[in-house]
Write a protein that binds this ligand. Structure first.
Ligand code: PGA
Length: 252
């Protein structure tokens, strides 16, 4: 049995003080769910340390939203795996569609980052997902499995179980349009089939695949009850403690 994982991707929202307040509001609401669901908060870099101060003894995990693959160097504005680890984070979101779109991250970069995260002992949450025109052209499998294949190139079978994937159809992110549970499960099953072929059924069976894209308290339970959906990566609804907690409760 895979333990579901629900992560809040706070994107470029909340100053450090506001992030502390949000974490303080969330912590007591999700405490009882932690036995059956991993919960992760992903604030901006500048709030990682402050949020860690709130959740360090709570069992809630901390994650960054991006990182560089190099361990140090002349990369102005970037952050290394060790910097993220020492902020108290154990997770890092990689290859989010907004980074692919606005910061031109390629599959190759996502692969480098994934390898660097694993080498540093961070759990990568690797995001994949098709755009609307790609779905309409019948290219979902080609695009999504292609992104997974590229992101996990040279990853070894025994590393696979510590990777989390997030299937986030780009047309469903922040739009209020959620994939139906059937649409999402169909793609999750394709991803699982690829992982099984690539890493063997035991390793693939241990890998968690989150769904993301307009997850709300109203649709979370149906999505999370699908066989291959192991929790969610939550954007907008993660910015309110009560809606985030309701989504966490839907993942059992
Ligand atoms: P959303 O974002 O829940 O606001 O659609 C999800 C994400 O981008 O991770």
């Amino acid at each position: 049995m895979r333990k579901p994982i629900v992560a809040g991707n706070w994107k470029m929202h909340r100053t450090a003080d506001e992030a502390v307040g949000l974490a303080q509001a969330i912590a007591p609401l999700v405490g009882q769910s932690l036995a059956t669901c991993d919960v992760v908060l992903c604030p901006t870099y500048t709030s990682l340390g402050a949020v860690y101060g709130v959740i360090r003894h709570s069992g809630i995990g901390l994650g960054a939203q991006n990182m560089h693959w190099e361990s140090e160097g002349a990369y102005t504005g970037d952050i290394s795996p060790a910097m993220i680890l020492t902020s108290g984070s154990t997770y890092v979101i990689l290859g989010h569609s907004e980074r692919r779109q606005y910061s031109f991250e390629s599959d190759k970069m996502v692969n480098r980052k994934t390898q660097a995260a694993l080498a540093a002992g961070l759990i990568p949450i690797v995001c994949v997902g098709e755009q609307l025109d790609q779905r309409e052209a019948g290219r979902v499998e080609e695009v999504v499995v292609g992104q997974v294949r590229a992101a996990l190139e040279d990853v070894k079978g025994d590393q696979a179980p510590s990777i989390v994937l997030a299937y986030e159809p780009v047309w469903a992110i922040g739009t209020g349009k959620t994939a139906t549970a059937e649409q999402a499960e169909e793609v999750h099953a394709l991803i699982r089939a690829f992982l099984t072929e690539r890493f063997g059924s035991e390793n693939a069976g241990a890998m968690r695949i989150q769904y993301g894209g307009s997850v709300k308290p109203e649709n979370a339970e149906e999505l999370f009850s699908q066989e291959n959906i192991d929790g969610g990566l939550i954007g907008g609804a993660a910015l309110q403690a009560d809606s985030f907690a309701a989504i966490v409760k839907a993942a059992k």
